[in-house]
Design a binder for this molecule. Structure first.
Ligand code: XUL
Ligand code: CO
Length: 435
């Protein structure tokens, strides 16, 4: 027990008219939307790293937060941190959390000690999960903070680092399975390069392919039913990352025969850094059959780095959920807040209110997306745009088309296609009726 969040009230749904800061305006976990409770639609998770492990440092200055569980180098403080985490979960009522090994336990002097500590703390966390009903959306390994990983984990030039990373992932999958985790995520934080001058790109890519195949084999050997997911990101910390974006990761998965084994965890900020919209990345993953889950946050559009802010623009978020709903909604995935309060937001209530506001933004956006889908106008206009492809001869052209047949169609029938409006502004107006 800590008294860190003691004075912060539990957040409950009070409706859009309330002036209580400590209430949900849009997120009612029991509200039925599209045949499911909102809690089951959105599947919110709190990220342990930003909320409990990050100390507020930036490239120009050190920690700004002072928490009762600092310094984070003893098991006693790791337990205090877990106590505080579950006290926060009780106030927010979100169903899930996510963690890296390094978030929950201090690094040991040896691999064996780090592993023993992970086992000890996940036993401790497991008891709290049982007592409270909070579940694990996904676990992951931190293969990017320690200096041993500075030149990559799976893609390191040193085979001992590759093996160290493999052993670490094994321990984290085991911990995830022990806690009943629904998925396991790999984000390639240092899987990339700083300079091509010292990098054998072909070799590193093959190492990454082998590594991922080993993860998938292990999953099947132990009978883990959750999804293995990759989280794309184009750069930062490395200058170039191999898991750049959805399209790049899909090409990689195809290359190693893993496209039916691995799904994608897509993050708003990473999409923006890659020069895409969030909805583009989701729609592409869904169309390729690899959509898994989302890391929800918001990126500063000017800064050019990964700002991991809490989402607060519901019209933007609505377009992302629209694509998720079109893909059938979440199955094993969910909405993980990979977001951190700003380093001047020092207080316990800042942590709680940041999440409460983000949950409201997402709920409001989700309901807008559901209404837009139920209305059907947007999909109708979209399918009208492609209606020409419904005819038998258009379908035949798609299946067995040849350039000669195209020539025959155009010249033989003297066709001169009539351009039609793309109706963008009308569609934008239509979306604005729902958000
Ligand atoms: C980093 C990032 C990670 C992953 C998990 O940009 O998004 O926190 O989500 O390793
Ligand atoms: Co993330």
């Amino acid at each position: 027990m800590t008294d860190f969040f003691e004075h912060v009230p539990t957040i409950r749904y009070e409706g859009p008219e309330t002036d209580n800061e400590y209430a949900f305006r849009h997120y009612d976990p029991d509200e039925m939307v599209m045949g499911k409770r909102m809690e089951d639609n959105l599947r919110f998770a709190v990220a342990y790293w930003h909320t409990f492990a990050w100390e507020g440092g930036d490239p120009f200055g050190g920690k700004t937060f002072e928490r009762p569980w600092h310094p984070q180098d003893t098991m006693e403080n790791a337990k205090l941190k877990a106590d505080a985490a579950f006290e926060m979960f009780a106030r927010l009522g979100q169903p899930f959390f996510c963690f890296h090994d390094a978030d929950v336990r201090p690094e040991g002097d040896t691999f064996a000690e780090s592993k023993a500590r992970l086992e000890e703390i996940t036993d401790y966390i497991g008891l709290k999960m049982e007592a409270t009903g909070t579940r694990l959306l996904w676990g992951t390994a931190n293969l990017f903070s320690h200096r041993r990983f500075m030149a990559g984990a799976a893609t390191n030039p040193d085979p001992d680092v590759f093996a160290y990373a493999g052993a670490t992932v094994k321990s984290c999958i085991d911990a995830t399975v022990k806690l009943g985790g629904e998925n396991y995520v790999l984000w390639g934080g240092r899987e990339g390069y700083e300079t091509l001058l010292n990098t054998d790109l072909k070799r590193e890519r093959e190492q990454a392919g082998r590594f991922l195949s080993m993860v998938v084999d292990y999953k099947h050997r132990i009978g883990f039913k959750g999804a293995i997911m990759i989280e794309p990101k184009p750069q930062e910390p490395t200058k170039h990352q191999y898991d750049f974006d959805v399209a790049t990761v899909y090409g990689f998965l195809k290359d190693f025969g893993l496209e039916n084994e691995v799904k994608l965890n897509i993050e708003q900020g990473h999409a923006i850094l890659a020069g895409h919209t969030f909805e583009h990345e989701i729609a592409l993953a869904a169309s390729l059959g690899v959509f898994g889950s989302i890391d929800m946050n918001r990126n500063d559009y000017q800064s050019g780095w990964d700002t991991d802010q809490f989402p607060n623009m519901h019209p933007e978020v609505a377009l992302a959920y629209y694509e998720i709903l079109k893909a059938g909604g979440f199955t094993k995935g969910g909405t993980n807040f990979d977001a951190k309060v700003r380093r001047q937001s020092l207080d316990p209530e800042d942590l709680i209110l940041a999440h409460a506001g983000a949950m409201d933004t997402c709920a409001r956006a989700f309901k807008s997306a559901a209404a837009m889908l139920a209305d059907g106008s947007l999909e109708q206009l979209r399918s009208e745009r492609y209606a020409g492809w419904d005819s038998d001869d258009a379908q035949a052209m798609l299946k067995n088309g040849t350039l000669e047949a195209c020539d025959e169609r155009i010249v033989g029938q003297s066709i001169d296609p009539e351009p039609r409006s793309g109706r963008q502004e009308r569609l934008e107006n239509l979306v604005n009726r729902f958000v």
